[in-house]
Design a protein around this ligand. Structure first.
Ligand SMILES: Cc1cc2nc3c(=O)[nH]c(=O)nc-3n(C[C@H](O)[C@H](O)[C@H](O)COP(=O)(O)OP(=O)(O)OC[C@H]3O[C@@H](n4cnc5c(N)ncnc54)[C@H](O)[C@@H]3O)c2cc1C
Length: 486
């Protein structure tokens, strides 16, 4: 019997597995896919490596989540490079260079928005200080929302005076803060919408100020290019996990989770494993098809309610091409029409491998991942699928070619929510956690500790939310929780 079974090797699951193995728990990690990393995984075609979803690293600065995590596990992170330019944001008429260093970013604001620059800088200063308050709390890994009086008390102990002074902002939106500063510049607002959709899945009206503050600040703490791709971080965790005695089964899909005296986890290979705790790192969208009815009956997260919570899908294009990109920036966001929604190819992110990165592409070539948000449920009509895929691909590549004419393409592949569902086992290909639906959305967060004893959740559908950093923290919270429940 195992102490813990961790289902899934995304950022959440692999973090939990490695930390639990370090704490001496007999741990089994089970992954349905042939690759580690889920949405932050990789795949290879010809001589190129492609990042399936996540490309932009964060949390590797001193004191950042990954620096702390690798220190905790006594290993070094894979080589990462601090970016000077987080990304270039291309509008139809101009390009804004989003600098990592605050001072350089404020100079760019003065250049791009001379009329509003003082107000915009004050707005960013406020975002940075709200993010400090939020992150100093979240980095202490509270169990949120608390399930017991003890957890409530522990969470309160972790809240410092900075967080308390941020409470007036709790139920305000980013739009409200912009109003406060009298900022109305449409291009600046489109810039914010692009950034917010990319990191927290929503735009200024529906984005809680505290969440938006973290999204608009996190890269100014450190934005990183990870050599060989973000999947290398997951691989480093997996390697350490195995060194510490952790067991791993790949290409084995969990098809049922039930409980008798202990937890019983059955896979498609007709294996049943027994454990005291189960950590589910698949998305919550997918748990209901696996949980036994007796657990579903007492599970506080209701299937019908969860299904109604909106989430995005991802449409991706992977290109292996000659290095024609005449730019020193590795990340490029395109906002085609700033008055239209930031999805379905109207806003997309192009991430290119660094010219020196031999793990990603041969000399003189680049591996490119392009991704846009899409409505996942629109991709399940078989008749419309091919046409929809063709049109969106053409639309995106047309815009890319205006800025970066790619002459010699060696590999081109496309991913849709159907592809993501197949390779990451997320129902309907829903990715990136939930879309915040307004200022109260922080209150509807799900906790990594469920109400069912011994059943834990980690990944982007639970606190603290999406992104490699948030998911790693959720895995860490689970590892803390399991060791505290001894
Ligand atoms: C297109 C795109 C771009 C993104 N860009 C960035 C970025 O630049 N930077 C960033 O930090 N984040 C980014 N993100 C977000 C980030 O990738 C995710 O939030 C994060 O990787 C999700 O991790 P997770 O722990 O939730 O697990 P997931 O990635 O969902 O992985 C879960 C794993 O569990 C496995 N699994 C599921 N069910 C089962 C089962 N029944 N049995 C066995 N195994 C199972 C899956 O196969 C999968 O490997 C992006 C996401 C997408 C989709």
């Amino acid at each position: 019997m195992y102490d813990v079974i961790v289902v899934g090797t995304g950022f959440g699951g692999m973090t939990a597995s490695a930390l639990l193995a370090k704490k001496g728990y007999r741990t089994l990690s089970i992954e349905a896919a042939s690759e580690l990393g889920g949405c932050a995984g990789k795949f290879e075609r010809q001589s190129f490596r492609f990042q399936a979803g996540a490309t932009l690293g964060m949390g590797f600065e001193e004191g950042g989540v990954f620096s702390q995590l690798f220190h905790e596990l006594d290993i070094s992170p894979p080589p990462v490079h601090l970016l000077d330019t987080i990304m270039d944001v291309h509008f139809s008429e101009r390009t804004i260079r989003y600098y990592q260093q605050k001072e350089r970013w404020f100079d760019e604001i003065a250049r791009q928005f001379p009329k509003d620059s003082a107000a915009i800088v004050r707005f960013f200063e406020e975002m940075f200080s709200l993010a400090d308050a939020m992150l100093s709390f979240v980095y202490k890994r509270p169990i949120v929302p608390p399930k017991t009086i003890k957890q409530l008390f522990q969470a309160m102990q972790k809240a410092d005076s900075k967080l308390i002074s941020a409470t007036p902002f709790l139920f305000q939106s980013i739009a409200k803060r912009l109003q406060h500063y009298g900022i109305r510049d449409e291009t600046f607002i489109a810039f914010l919408n692009g950034q917010l959709v990319d990191s927290v899945q929503t735009t200024i009206e529906r984005c809680p100020a505290l969440l938006g503050a973290v999204a608009l600040s996190i890269f100014h703490r450190g934005a990183f290019y990870v050599e060989g791709g973000l999947a290398n971080v997951v691989h480093a965790l997996a390697e350490r996990y195995k060194q510490l005695g952790g067991e791993q089964r790949m290409r084995e899909k969990v098809v049922s989770i039930r409980k008798q005296r202990h937890w019983l986890v059955t896979t498609n290979r007709k294996q049943t494993y027994e454990a005291k705790h189960v950590v589910f790192n698949g998305s919550l969208h997918s748990i209901f098809s696996i949980l036994d009815d007796s657990i579903k009956r007492i599970f506080s997260i209701r299937e019908e309610k969860e299904k109604k919570r909106p989430a995005w899908g991802a449409f991706t294009i992977y290109i292996g091409a000659d290095d024609d990109l005449q730019t020193d920036s590795l990340y490029h966001q395109f906002i085609v029409n700033q008055t239209k929604p930031m999805s379905e190819g109207n806003q997309f992110l192009l991430s290119a491998s660094a010219p020196f990165d031999r793990q990603m592409a041969p000399i003189g070539k680049r591996s490119i991942t392009i991704s846009t948000h899409t409505e996942p449920l629109h991709w399940w009509d078989r008749h419309a699928y091919d046409e929809q895929k063709k049109m969106l691909t053409e639309q995106i590549l047309q815009r890319v070619n205006k800025t970066f004419p790619l002459t010699n393409i060696h590999v081109q592949l496309v991913g849709t929510p159907v592809t993501f569902s197949r390779f990451t086992h997320r129902a309907f290909g829903k990715v990136g956690g939930y879309i915040p639906n307004g200022v109260f959305s922080l209150l509807s967060t799900y906790s990594p500790q469920t109400n069912v004893e011994g059943l834990w959740l980690c990944g982007d559908t639970v606190f603290p939310g999406a992104g490699s950093l948030g998911c790693a923290l959720s895995g860490w919270i689970v590892a803390d929780g399991i060791s505290a429940s001894k």
